[in-house]
Design a protein around this ligand. Structure first.
Ligand SMILES: Cc1cc2nc3c(=O)[nH]c(=O)nc-3n(C[C@H](O)[C@H](O)[C@H](O)COP(=O)(O)OP(=O)(O)OC[C@H]3O[C@@H](n4cnc5c(N)ncnc54)[C@H](O)[C@@H]3O)c2cc1C
Length: 449
């Protein structure tokens, strides 16, 4: 690595960090060398962990490989301290690393904040949730409540977990189990507006999920989810969204719950050469698509500091969310804080329809996980699609065609081809329809994978 090159250090190996690497490397002749520090050796797509207990595939990338592919030096350790004046980070093993520009993309820690409940924090809770499903199936547990503690503002995973569980129980003929969601919001995902809330309420009701809105859950004890205002709910188990906080990193100004303060260009308050993006920042909606949008802004500032002629785009947060429902996914696109109507359809509103719609990370992951045809590389940037009137029927037709072909190929014993069709169906639908998950396992075994 030439010493005179502009030295970018990226702390983190998650959504914001990878988006930043892709954005820097997208600029031809990037005037920068990059070093990435992350204690976790894998990148995990946490957004899809809600589907894993129901048979969805884990989605991971090897960070060392990703870094090698993008000419990034990789150091598998955490940043322990940041020294603004001398422009150095201190690693957890005591080494000093110089930076011309530092991007803090260290995410947030997810911890249980509802006493007595079990949190769903992503990959680390998939096995526990699988065990809960098994207990629900055999009747050892009959009533499950899903709770959103007051501190949690972004609630999408709880709706997915409740709907997936309810759909799964119905498919298994277990119609006597009771699923309830308790949220402090006045309506589901209220931050995205009335039409999104109304649609989620409809989907919950279709699946027989009870909704208790406008009520904060306080604790779970002795078979009772104690709620504010005495609206207690009976339950055998309570699954809650975790609270988010950022551990202390000396040298970085941190506010409430440790979140990092920064301006609209993602420059960290009071530090000249430091930017931040993603869940670790003060922005209240902790969502991967937004983390990636922030990373794009931070990166533009870093590239400008490195001498490139780029202007950081304004931060106009747009939520692109794919809600896994146990049936057709629902795609939603909402400009946060604007009055414009939100878009909500069962056909994709962006392409490729990866669950975390990072501008560059989405297309990259689609390629890596072979969701794009190999000979037909997809777009380098996520593209918004406008919903057309006949779009939903077309989407439906394309999906059932792919699934039909898969079944035909499997019947004829061509399991490799059948699996390829399932990849196409998954690309169209974010996740495979649940009835195909077991088939995929069987076909993989038959294909010797
Ligand atoms: C169950 C669940 C469902 C979700 N569903 C969705 C969804 O549908 N759509 C969506 O867009 N988002 C979703 N999200 C949110 C999304 O995963 C996060 O918003 C996103 O991962 C944030 O990206 P980030 O880069 O800020 O942090 P992360 O992706 O969490 O990455 C942080 C990285 O920093 C590393 N790190 C930590 N400390 C240090 C340190 N001191 N030094 C160096 N590295 C460090 C970590 O090891 C990790 O690699 C979901 C999250 C969960 C848990």
């Amino acid at each position: 690595m030439a010493q005179e090159e502009f030295q970018v250090v990226i702390a983190g190996g998650g959504v914001a960090a990878l988006e930043a690497v892709l954005a820097i490397r997208a600029l031809e002749e990037t005037p920068a060398s990059i070093e990435l520090l992350s204690p976790s050796r894998d990148f995990q797509l946490q957004a899809l962990t809600v589907a894993e207990p129901f048979g969805g595939d884990p989605r991971r990338l090897d960070l060392e490989q990703f870094c090698a592919e993008h000419d990034v030096a990789y150091r598998p350790e955490a940043v322990a301290e940041v020294w603004g004046g001398p422009q150095r980070v201190l690693t957890e093993r005591g080494e000093e690393v110089f930076y011309d520009a530092l991007l803090m993309a260290t995410g947030a820690r997810r911890t249980s904040i509802l006493p007595g409940s079990h949190p769903f924090r992503g990959a680390s809770d998939v096995a526990w949730f699988g065990n809960l499903l098994e207990r629900l199936n055999r009747g050892a547990v009959t009533d499950v409540a899903f709770a959103v503690p007051r501190q949690v503002k972004w609630t999408l995973p709880i709706w997915e977990l409740a709907m997936l569980t309810a759909s799964w129980l119905r498919e298994g003929g277990r119609t006597d189990r009771r699923i309830t969601v308790v949220t402090h919001e006045q309506a589901p995902l209220e931050v995205l507006g009335g039409s999104v809330s109304a649609r989620i309420a409809e989907l919950l009701s279709d699946r027989g999920v009870d909704l208790v809105a406008g009520t904060g859950a306080v604790r779970f004890e002795q078979g009772r989810l104690v709620c504010e205002g005495g609206k207690d709910v009976r339950a055998d188990e309570v699954v809650a969204l975790p609270g988010l906080s950022v551990p202390e990193i000396p040298g970085i100004p941190q506010g409430r719950h440790g979140f990092i303060g920064c301006d609209a260009e993602m420059r960290v308050d009071g530090l000249d050469h430091v930017w931040a993006a993603g869940d670790s920042t003060w922005f209240p909606i902790k969502q991967g698509g937004l983390a990636a949008q922030q990373a794009e802004i931070a990166t533009a500032g870093i590239l400008r500091a490195a001498g490139a002629e780029v202007e950081p785009p304004p931060f106009r947060p747009i939520v692109r969310g794919a809600l896994i429902t146990g049936g057709r996914p629902e795609f939603l696109r909402v400009a946060v804080g604007e009055d414009a109507d939100s878009l909500l359809t069962t056909s994709p509103l962006w392409w490729p329809p990866i669950k975390v719609a990072g501008p560059r990370l989405g297309p990259y992951l689609a390629q890596r996980w072979s969701l794009e045809e190999e000979d037909e590389p997809g777009p380098a940037l996520t593209q918004d699609l406008e919903p057309a009137e006949d779009e939903e029927q077309e989407h439906e037709a394309a999906l059932s065609l792919a699934l039909d072909f898969a079944e035909i190929d499997a019947r004829e014993g061509d399991y490799e081809e059948a699996l390829r069709w399932l990849d196409v169906a998954e690309r169209l639908n974010v996740t495979l329809p649940s009835e195909y998950l077991q088939m995929r396992d069987d076909w993989r075994a038959a294909a010797g994978r």
